[in-house]
Design a protein around this ligand. Sequence first.
Ligand SMILES: [Zn+2]
Length: 444
Amino acid sequence: MGSAKTTYLYRGHIVSPVSKEGADCQSLQYDFIDLRDGLLAVEEGRIVAVQDASSLEGQILLGKVGSSAVLVDCSERLIMPGLVDMHLHLPQVTQTAKSGQHLLSWLNQYIFPAEARFAEDDHARKIARWFFKELAANGTTLAVVFTTIHETACRIAFEEAEAAGARVIMGKVMMDFHSPEALTEKTEESLAQSLALAQRWHGAADGLLQYAFTPRFGVTSTKELLRGCGELWNSLPGTYLHTHLSEAREEISTVSSMFPESRSYLDMYSRFGLTGKRSVFAHSIHLDDQDFAHVKESGSALAHCPSSNFFLKSGVFHYKRARECGCLFGLGSDVAAGPHMSLFEVMKDANFIQPDYWIEPRELFYRATLGGARALYMGEQVGSLEVGKEADFIVVDPRAKSGIVDNIMSHPTDEILSCLVFLGDDRLIDQTYVRGRLLFEKSK
Ligand SMILES: [Zn+2]
């Protein structure tokens, strides 16, 4: 007999998308569970039960409180899966809300100088530490993250992520062309450093940390860099490829003049072996039907970043078409082009940016949780509150925000979700857990 495990019982209103009965994990279908007085039971970082407190099983669990179980009272609050941010930039947290430019001039004026500062190790550590605190405070339990070109700053970011207990897919940015001098790499060095970082960090912290090869975008890449990146990514199974695609018109026309042999921006990435499972393309606004078909067939994923698209006036993602063609996609804050890290705000913007297409709150919650996890091929591990999954979850207090009625928790669940989408932000986050570990708790 081993020593008895402690069971942590979180009691509150449990709302979560769940895999549809009989459907496999990569299926795009989902149901919702809705337990007004629910119990989420967690042992050693894993979910072992999700029950109605009044059920026989729930009563048995509650009977263990005081001996092998600890009760955590989350009454009058929601217990939900942690939020999945499919695209944001660690070094840019200092540059939010710098407005007035389209993509390429915004990068030159604000972003590239801020990223160049990551050559200073102390600065890199200070900002990385702040970034992971912010992630947890916003209820984000899985994030796909750009760092900068600096090998040391990327290592520091991984060290800080590990210390914070964060779950991230992250990588060193690769730029060897059309970039300011301080951010221009030698192609071979960029590839060698990326490989070394992937070998060191992919799968570290017992799998919480994963590596993404991260060429910035077509504009700042030579053919040699993209080809070498494709070879590295394909040689290390399980690693990710993370880049930008078809965000701004000016960017797209630059890429098409740089790579005239390609039919489209996505086709260019595909020619270098950069599409497929575990590739993540941020924005993907100006795609045509052939591109969508390629995304679907290759198993690539799109990160829709509506707040950023609003901010830089980049255009409107084809949400309806992406959904109808069965593409894998989720939501990204794209800090700092997206001014806020809260996925609640991103959900709202995803709805607002569509001129004539309504997206239901449940659908938006799915995209910000299980849908994002599935797009990252992590749908069997995280993204929803289901037995056997790792315990990545948040405790949400809708009453913490002005404009939401006091008795909101007694309203129908769809009304609660709608309030979270249209009025929510980081103030609603009470607690954030990754693999059962408390990463953030709001001070009372
Ligand atoms: Zn971005």
